[in-house]
Design a protein around this ligand. Structure first.
Ligand code: ARG
Length: 254
């Protein structure tokens, strides 16, 4: 009996030791971006969280997810405060100056949310001569950057999160919101006075941001991600959160 207990104890200790020695990768995200990252029962879930977990599983790491302001993610990666950022983050030439990006795992579309009775019927209306609409965006996102470039900072109001911008629009404080299409769809669901225009503002690639000097991690993440793309895992995770009709609609629209 004593021997049995001793064996049990040793095996438990061994199990514990294995769990403890798994190295940790910290991922920064901004978890107000359904269906890519959002809270469910106090936990961050979504497409990015699941793909990151699958990558870490493959590479033998434990995944730790930190919720941060979106515009703090790239500086945190560059400063080595987190190992990578995964946040429906678009690859842009400017960001590539401060971080590396993995291979892309999804496409995003910047789209426009308006009140149902809005005079804005398409993206062209925003560019129209004399147009001066107040556009809501999430701070530091490509929506923010592109709209500021195209329509001037005086016409752009930046909010901490996408849902904050959508709430301001529903309350009549701004004229439209430019946001990635899947989060846009998710966040207008609760507002009967808002709708999404069938008019794309920009099409983009989402990827994982990694520090420029951490090429070893970039190579590992790329290898794991390429395998997960090839074996259908990435597509299955995306389909789990974005129903097939919507994916078909989006592909047809491209
Ligand atoms: N795709 C846009 C960008 O990279 C918005 C991403 C916002 N992501 C988030 N988790 N809030 O700028």
């Amino acid at each position: 009996m004593k021997k049995l207990i001793a064996i049990l104890l040793v095996s438990l200790l061994a199990l514990g030791a294995v769990a403890e020695t798994l190295p940790v990768l910290t991922m920064g995200t901004n978890a107000a971006f359904k269906p890519y990252e959002f809270y469910e029962d106090g936990e961050i879930v979504g497409i990015d969280a699941e793909i990151a977990a699958a990558i870490c599983d493959k590479l033998g790491y434990e995944l730790e997810i930190l919720d941060m302001d979106f515009d703090g993610l790239i500086p945190a990666v560059a400063a080595g405060k987190i190992d990578f950022a995964m946040a429906g983050m678009t690859v842009t030439p400017a960001r590539l100056e401060s971080v590396n990006f993995s291979v892309s795992y999804a496409t995003g579309v910047q789209s426009i949310i308006v009140p149902v009775d809005s005079p804005i019927g398409s993206v062209d209306d925003l560019y129209a001569e004399g147009a001066a609409y107040t556009i809501g965006v999430q701070q530091g996102t490509t929506g923010d950057i592109y709209c500021t470039d195209d329509f001037g900072a005086e016409n752009v109001l930046a909010y901490k999160t996408g849902p904050d911008a959508v709430a301001a629009l529903a309350a009549g404080k701004i004229d439209c919101v430019v946001l990635d299409n899947n989060p846009a769809k998710a966040y207008i669901e609760t507002y009967s006075n808002l709708m999404l225009l069938d008019s794309d503002y920009a099409v983009e690639e989402y990827a994982i941001a990694i520090a420029l000097e951490n090429t070893e991690l970039k190579d590992k993440i790329d290898a794991a991600l390429n395998e997960l793309i090839a074996d259908g895992t990435v597509a299955a995770v995306i389909l789990k959160y974005i129903p097939i009709e919507e994916v078909a609609e989006q592909t047809a629209a491209e």
